[in-house]
Design a protein around this ligand. Structure first.
Ligand code: DAH
Length: 345
């Protein structure tokens, strides 16, 4: 039996030495030290030996088991380290590999247009003012000379939250709010922001869109100031050889009121599909601030006057970039949005 044991040990040690990976070594362990392995068998068979031989043989089996276990463990450490090393080598980073390009984002076309308009007016000394999108009926209508029941309210079908609160239908309430806050001081602001109207969405209508309002209030503010400002604006946005034309119009909060057209930037005035053969393109509404509006905000219309204008950046972006459907601005199709990553406007 001693001999058998000796043979078993040598056999096991050889297999341990020969195991070339962790899995093979595990198989060796199960084969020799497992519950059904020969060493366990020998220990189990101990009872059949004569009593005087048992201690000696027991000690021998234990020594063999310990030797095999130790050999297994040290080989295991070795093989595990080798496995990690191999994995590290496999996974090493090839620094010469060209990196994956990180796609650079770009501004949304509407953001570009709004920022361009803001830059122009900031360069003219205007400040930017903002107001709430959930607005009081008072500021959205009443303070703009549109009392309850005024027929011009029908032009701006609204989302009401309660009888006195609604989603603002235009950015003009920021005029009233700013004047009220400035308490008689001179004002020169533009107000960009979102507005809402109960409209059925189609290629040219959206229930939510953007506006930019302008307001200048002070002594000796005249219609010619408005015209000069709009003329410079048209040239900046649509090209140095643009001309503007003011047509009489009506807004309850301005008197007189005008609509501003620019000479067509595509055909230069000859008539084409962009200007619908008229040579002119309508861009915005404007006028001299109505005395009632000044009065309601605490200004004295016999001392100060003002002009105001309001425009829709969607319309301007559609014209500038030839976008044929306003819904493109809101459907977030990356194929549309990513076309506007050129640096020139
Ligand atoms: N608030 C008007 C609208 O939404 C646009 C407008 C017209 C604003 C004339 C003005 C203005 O400030 O003077 O239709």
């Amino acid at each position: 039996m001693e001999q058998q044991l000796q043979q078993l040990k040598e056999e096991a040690l050889k297999k341990i030495q020969d195991a070339s990976d962790v899995k093979e070594l595990n198989d060796v362990r199960v084969a020799y030290l497992g519950k059904k392995g020969p060493i366990t068998d020998l220990l189990k068979g101990m009872g059949k030996l004569p009593a005087e031989e048992r201690p000696k043989m027991g000690a021998l089996v234990n020594v063999v088991r310990e030797t095999v276990t130790e050999a297994l463990e040290s080989r295991m450490t070795l093989l595990e380290e080798a496995a990690i090393q191999a994995q590290l080598e496999n996974e090493s980073i090839d620094v010469t590999l060209p990196g994956r390009p990180a796609p650079a984002g770009n501004h949304h076309p509407l953001t570009r247009v709004v920022e361009e308009i803001e830059d122009f007016f900031i360069s003219m000394g205007y400040e930017i003012a903002e107001g709430p999108e959930v607005e009081k009926d008072y500021y959205n209508f009443e303070a703009l000379n549109l009392p309850k029941g005024h027929p011009a309210r029908d032009m701006q079908d609204s989302f009401y939250i309660s009888e006195d609160i609604l989603l603002r239908t235009h950015t003009s309430p920021v005029q009233a709010r700013t004047m009220e806050a400035k308490k008689g001081e001179a004002i020169k602001i533009i107000c960009p922001g979102k507005v809402y109207r109960r409209d059925n969405d189609d290629a040219t209508h959206s229930h939510q869109f953007t506006q930019i309002e302008g307001l200048v209030v002070g002594e000796n503010i005249r219609m010619s100031d408005l015209k000069g400002t709009l003329d410079l604006f048209a040239k900046k946005m649509f090209g140095a050889d643009r001309e503007i034309r003011l047509r009489p119009s009506f807004f309850p909060f301005t008197e007189p009121s005008v609509e501003m057209d620019i000479s067509c930037f595509k055909c230069g005035g000859a008539g084409c599909n962009v200007c619908k053969k008229t040579g002119w393109i309508e861009i915005l509404g404007a006028g001299m601030v109505h005395p009632n509006v000044l009065k309601m905000a605490g200004y004295d219309p016999s001392v100060v006057t003002g002009f105001a204008f309001g425009m829709g950046p969607e319309r301007i972006a559609m014209l500038k970039y030839g976008v044929e459907d306003i819904r493109h601005f809101y459907t977030n199709d990356i194929r549309f949005i990513s076309q506007f990553n050129r640096t020139e406007a």
